[in-house]
Write a protein that binds this ligand. Structure first.
Ligand code: AVI
Length: 321
């Protein structure tokens, strides 16, 4: 039975706009993350071929003390997308030993269940009081800005290279919006995946176990379920390719045959040529110079950069100018 009655009008509009495009068809990557997609992403993070999450965690395990030593207490923390909480623990524990008095940590998430597991994961850390905000990133950050005390330095965490999933120039626009909510002297800890050899990147986004393929294909399962579409999964395949011009890994779903798909929930019928793709996600790979440029363009100063040698990845400490 169709379950289109409770579908957000925004989803309908975005699916229509993306699949009716005359050139490259696309679907917004945020639709990859329903409960199955989020669970598959957690598995991706553990795959030997996908070193990004382990690099991020390694850096924070080793350098959290050094990173927080560059801040000025009292510090209050906000996190854009709290994830499993494993990485955040290192930063919060380092901050607790630095300031030895109670402070707030505001995880900002659109998923209520992610906030619940974040509170469960991090609830035992000394001095931290967790205030989950079930909001979009910028709305949540505005609320944190309204609640903070003037003498506190706000540390915003944006880890895991999620910034790489924003198309350029949306990445710059987003960081500028974050900056505008902050006060001069506030800090942003930004995780960024770095450029590395193409075959290594391709393996990370097209792993032999096909977990990433399932993660990508799940977006079609979601359209079948939520918009009553009739995508036949066997007629599509996952493709990962590196776009040299944008320095991004792109995930696509390629139609194996010429076909027509009905999406009644979006009042849409879409035709595919054999070999035509739906672009589902981009993951930008940064250079160190580019991060400096990005910081400058968004009115931050790059105060420190820590790089993992095993899987080139950088934690960047940016201070609002
Ligand atoms: C969430 N984000 C940083 C991941 C990435 O690497 O761009 C999403 C992902 N897509 C496929 N694998 C991982």
């Amino acid at each position: 039975m169709a379950t289109t009655t409770c579908v957000a009008p925004e989803m309908v509009a975005e699916v229509r706009a993306g699949l009716m495009r005359t050139g490259q068809k696309e679907l917004p990557s945020k639709y990859l993350y329903d409960s199955v997609g989020s669970a598959l992403f957690e598995v991706i993070c553990t795959l030997p071929e996908y070193g990004l999450t382990r690099a991020d965690e390694r850096l924070l395990q080793i350098y959290s003390g050094e990173i927080v030593s560059k801040l000025t207490t009292p510090v209050v923390v906000a996190e854009l997308g709290s994830g499993t909480g494993k990485k955040t623990r290192c930063i919060l524990e380092a901050l607790s030993s630095l300031q030895h008095s109670s402070y707030s940590y505001f995880p900002i998430e659109i998923s209520a269940s992610a906030l619940t597991s974040c509170k469960r994961e991090l609830g035992d850390i000394d001095f931290v009081s967790i205030v989950g905000l079930e909001r979009e990133y910028l709305d949540g950050l505005l609320e944190v800005a309204a609640r903070r005390e003037p003498e506190q330095q706000l540390l915003v965490l944006f880890l895991g290279s999620t910034i790489g999933n924003f198309e350029h120039p949306a990445d710059e626009k987003f960081l500028r919006e974050v900056r505008n909510i902050l006060c001069p002297g506030d800090a942003l800890l930004l995780g960024t995946d770095l450029k590395k050899e193409t075959p290594r990147l391709i393996r990370a986004y097209d792993d032999p176990l096909k977990v990433t393929a399932a993660f990508d294909m799940n977006i079609l399962v979601r359209l079948n379920r939520e918009l009553d579409a009739d995508f036949v999964l066997e007629n599509f395949e996952h493709v990962a390719r590196f776009n040299e011009n944008t320095s991004s890994i792109e995930m696509h779903l390629r139609s194996k045959v010429e076909q027509t798909v009905n999406i009644p929930g979006a009042e849409l019928t879409v035709s595919f040529r054999a070999g035509e793709t739906i672009w589902t996600e981009s993951s930008h790979k940064f250079t160190r110079e580019e991060i400096c440029r990005l910081a400058r363009a968004t009115h931050f100063e790059l105060l420190g950069q820590w790089i993992d040698q095993e899987w080139p990845f950088a934690e960047n400490l940016l201070i609002a100018k």
